[in-house]
Design a protein around this ligand. Structure first.
Ligand code: GDP
Length: 309
């Protein structure tokens, strides 16, 4: 099943609730109770307060200016407003960023434990390999032996080299070796998996800053992408995580995971709007092929229903 279908399923309840609210709006007019219901539905989809405010504003304008609006018009207005937020945040395919960027192109993946960081980095390596590029994986989450082993396992499975040290080592040292190896082997991209233990937040952020410093010293301009991996099922929590990492290490792109079977994927809109960051990739399953580009129009269709644009 394609991600659009899965997203469609995930957002089915939201779509149905929206449809009900719109029916009320059309029969009762934009009275406060109807607008409140609609606002609650949009907020429940995790679109974020700012975007919801903008959607309602446009909707009221539409109702005022047309007097007797039609459902199709209203849906088109909502979709158009959402696309305005999302389309400017739609990223070009990551393969193109890498091909047009410096060599090796260094991607530092950050995010809290469990969001799908290791899996995303491995899936990305597979995608790059399939595109004819040579990626190198770097296991810089030295805090957990399991994380190193997991990345090594992925490396074997997809046929990509992994640079690793022992558990407990200095992540910056692994990164140092990773860059040296990538230069020596002529790799196109270096994908760095990092630790994500949030309960010792300060140390983690200091560690990531040090990794960034070492990267910049060993390869001026690196990292070329700080990819924040976020779990799409945690809703607004993803937004607070994003702010935290953005402040500490300067995020340049988002990968949103677990969009298969969640009704909370709307958070992608909140992130795009609040943080003004491009959504590079979405995760839609646990296998190596389940990492895709974010498509703003498909997302708007999944939320508001197809056929209106
Ligand atoms: P990390 O701690 O951030 O490195 O997270 P992992 O990469 O170890 O992933 C945590 C769990 O989430 C694993 O069971 C993954 O298989 C799962 N996972 C990662 N990405 C996705 C996704 O897009 N969809 C689903 N359903 N599961 C995912």
């Amino acid at each position: 099943m394609g991600w659009i279908q899965r997203l469609n399923e995930g957002l089915a309840r939201t779509r149905a609730a929206l449809s009900r609210s719109l029916s009320h709006l059309l029969t009762q007019g934009p009275d406060p109770a109807v607008l409140e219901e609609l606002e609650a539905t949009l907020l429940a989809a995790d679109l974020g307060a700012r975007t919801v405010g903008r959607l309602l504003e446009r909707l009221c304008e539409e109702v005022r200016s047309t007097g007797q609006p039609e459902r199709g018009h209203i849906l088109a207005t909502l979709k158009h407003t959402l696309l305005e937020v999302l389309q400017i945040r739609q990223s070009e395919p990551i393969e193109r960023l890498i091909t047009n960027g410096p060599k090796p192109f260094v991607i530092l993946a950050v995010g809290v434990n469990g969001v799908g960081k290791t899996t995303t980095v491995a899936k990305l390596a597979q995608r790059l390999k399939q595109a004819g590029l040579t990626p190198l994986l770097v296991a810089a989450d030295t805090f957990r032996a399991a994380a190193i082993e997991q990345l090594e396992m992925w490396g074997k499975r997809i046929g990509v080299d992994v640079i690793r040290h022992q558990q407990g080592g200095d992540p910056s040292a692994v990164v140092f070796d990773g860059i040296a190896a990538a230069k020596a082997r002529g790799c196109d991209a270096v994908l760095i998996d990092t630790a994500g233990r949030l309960h010792t937040k300060t140390n983690l952020m200091e560690e990531l800053k040090k990794v960034k410093r070492v990267l910049a010293r060993e390869l001026p301009g690196a990292p070329h992408e700080v990819l924040l991996v976020l779990d799409g099922t945690v809703g607004q929590n993803a937004l607070s995580q994003a702010k935290l990492f953005h402040e500490a290490v300067g995020v340049t792109g988002i990968a949103l995971t677990k969009l298969d079977g969640t009704a909370r994927g709307g958070v992608v809109v909140a992130i795009a709007e609040e943080l003004k960051l491009p959504v590079r990739l979405i995760g839609i399953g646990e296998t190596a092929d389940d990492l895709q580009d974010f498509d703003a129009r498909a997302f708007a269709d999944a939320l508001f229903g197809q056929g209106e644009s």
